[in-house]
Design a protein around this ligand. Structure first.
Ligand SMILES: [Fe+2]
Length: 297
C-alpha cells in the first residue's frame, strides 16, 4: 500500500521533472524510500553460474566506476557475435540505431537464456551485491554500434552526456567484445563524486535561479566550464582490447557513449542491474517465462 503511494508520488515527480529538469529527478524519491521500507528477497531459482569478474571493490565504491578485464565472460560470449553473419541485421527503424541489442531479439533462444542465467544468478551478481546491496537483474545482451553511426550535428539519446534515471543504483557491466578505440565511441564516464558536485542543485537552479543556468548538456543543468573540464580531463572509459571491462553506476555517474565514427562495428556485452525495487518486484521466478520489465521481451 505504502509502495503504491510512493509510486503515485513518483509519477507526479516525473511529470514535474519533464518540464523542469528532465531527466534528473525521476524515480529518485521512491528509490531512496525503498531502501528504508522494503528489502525484496533475491530470486534463488537456478543453479549458480560460476562466472565472475575481478575488480577493485573499494575503488568502485569510491568513484562509482572501475575498469578491469574479464577473460571468462569475454571468451564465453565472443563466439556469439559470429552469429551476426548468419542473420541480416538491420538498424533502420530501431529506436536506437546507433546502439542495439541483437542477442535478445535477433539471436535469442538458448544463447540469450545462458546470458540471462549468468546475469541473474552468478558469482558476478554476488560480487556486485556485496558492493551495492540487493540488485534486480534488468537484462542486457550483446550490443552493436554499427560503423559510421554518428551524426555530429545531431547526437541523440545515450550519445549525449546523461545519467540513467531509473535508480540511484543503476549498475552496468560493459565488456568489450571487440577492440574499442577513441574513434569507436567508447563509453566515457565521470566519477560519482565529481558527478554529484556537477549536478548539485541542478533541479533548483533550473526552477528558481533561471539566470544562473549554464546548460552543460541537454537536460542536465550544470556549470558549463566545470563540466567541460571534467568531460575533457577527468573521465574514465572502456577504451581497450577485447575483454576490457567497465563496471559503473550509471545512475550516479554522468556518462555518454556509442558515438562510433570508425568504419568498424563496435560490440559490447552488457549486464544491467538496478536497485530500484519497482524492477525487482516484476521479476518472475522462472527465467523461461521471461523477466517482465521494459528491457526484455
Ligand atoms: Fe546511460
Amino acid at each position: 500500500m505504502f509502495n503504491r503511494y510512493l509510486s503515485y508520488l513518483d509519477i507526479i515527480l516525473e511529470f514535474i521533472s519533464k518540464w523542469t529538469c528532465s531527466p534528473y529527478l525521476t524515480g529518485y524519491f521512491k528509490d531512496i524510500c525503498s531502501y528504508f521500507f522494503r528489502k525484496p528477497e533475491a530470486l534463488q531459482h537456478l543453479k549458480k553460474m560460476n562466472f565472475r569478474i575481478d575488480f577493485d571493490a573499494k575503488l568502485l565504491k569510491k568513484q562509482g566506476y572501475v575498469k578491469t578485464y574479464s577473460e571468462d565472460l569475454y571468451k564465453e560470449f565472443l563466439p556469439y557475435i559470429k552469429k551476426i553473419d548468419d542473420h541480416k541485421f538491420e538498424s533502420i527503424g530501431r529506436s536506437k540505431p546507433y546502439f542495439y541489442n541483437f542477442l535478445n531479439d535477433q539471436i535469442g533462444g538458448e544463447y540469450y537464456q545462458k546470458f540471462l542465467n549468468i546475469g541473474s544468478n552468478s558469482l558476478l551478481r554476488d560480487d556486485l551485491e556485496s558492493v551495492f546491496g540487493k540488485l534486480g537483474f534488468i537484462g542486457g545482451g550483446i550490443y552493436r554500434s554499427p560503423g559510421n553511426s554518428v551524426n555530429d550535428n545531431f547526437p541523440k539519446g545515450s550519445q549525449l552526456w546523461h545519467i540513467d534515471r531509473y535508480s540511484l543504483k543503476t549498475i552496468k557491466v560493459f565488456i568489450n567484445l571487440s577492440e574499442i578505440t577513441e574513434e569507436m565511441g567508447p563509453t566515457r564516464i565521470i566519477a560519482s563524486n565529481h558527478s554529484i558536485k556537477l549536478l548539485k542543485n541542478s533541479f533548483f537552479r533550473r526552477v528558481f535561479r533561471r539566470n544562473n543556468i549554464a546548460k552543460g548538456v541537454k537536460g542536465l543543468y550544470m556549470d558549463k566550464k566545470k563540466f567541460a573540464y571534467y568531460a575533457k580531463e577527468k573521465h574514465g572509459s572502456n577504451i581497450g582490447v577485447p575483454g576490457t571491462t567497465l563496471i559503473a553506476n550509471t545512475g550516479l555517474c554522468i556518462h555518454q557513449g556509442s558515438n562510433n565514427r570508425s568504419s568498424n562495428d563496435r560490440f559490447i556485452l552488457l549486464f544491467h542491474y538496478c536497485a530500484w525495487d519497482r524492477h525487482i518486484e516484476k521479476q518472475k521466478p522462472d527465467l523461461l517465462l521471461g523477466i517482465n520489465t521494459r528491457f526484455l521481451k
